[in-house]
Design a protein around this ligand. Sequence first.
Ligand code: ADP
Ligand code: MG
Length: 264
Amino acid sequence: MADAPHPAIAFRGIEKWYGTRDEPVHALAPTDLAVADAEFLVLLGPSGCGKTTMLRMIGGLIAPTSGEIAIDGHSLWRNGQRQAKAVSDLGMVFQEANLFPWLSIEQNIALPLELKGTPKTQRMERARTLTKLVGIQGFEKRWPRELSGGMRQRAAIARALSYDPGILLMDEPFGALDAMTREAMNIELQRIWLETRKTIVLVTHSIVEAVFLADRIVLLSPRPGRIDMIVDVPFARPRGPDLQSTPDFQAIVRQLRQRLNEIS
Ligand code: ADP
Ligand code: MG
């Protein structure tokens, strides 16, 4: 092996203050965190603790007030400039699928490639591969409004994967879905991750979702967010729905719930 490999994502002393008309808001206290390549990391914490802030900083959508973020060993910001090289390895999925209603499913999925100038035949081929990967093959020509919420979220995941980024950032991606669809999507997301081996950082405030999906869970304290606890989740993969009723699973859920109650 070569020299010590870079983590996929490195936070060094990352802190965030938001300027407002009143008092500045201290969203995140100085934080260090390294996410390994191909790791499934979940950020868990009470509402307002800075989960979205952390994710948006990783995605380069907002800049930290201080500290350094590196993606695959490349600094994300230099002299106040976002570095194109660092963000080119990132795909993002949000709570709402945010598909363009006037574009078909395959056009939505291929849009990032179109913006990059990829030729049409190549784009459409990639869209077909991705609809298969996320389990919506046959729906390529449909409009977003013709799909259920869960299927729209699958399309959003496909779009985020269109240019094959190494890192997938997901902010409460299933938060708007009903409980059963959400459980099915957790299993699907695990399958997609096992097939693609992306580095995933997923934000949730569902403890069960966190324990089901994560290799590691980072529990954040209330504002200003700081890392309160990191929990390793040892269960073998693929994990199935039955795992959730095992004592080992429930023990981790209980540990996190107790700690969340203590700190919120
Ligand atoms: P979470 O995703 O964990 O619910 P956020 O990262 O969205 O939390 O927000 C963390 C804190 O920062 C909250 O108190 C929120 O109100 C505040 N905040 C978020 N965005 C802004 C902003 N643009 N301006 C001012 N305060 C903000
Ligand atoms: Mg949030």
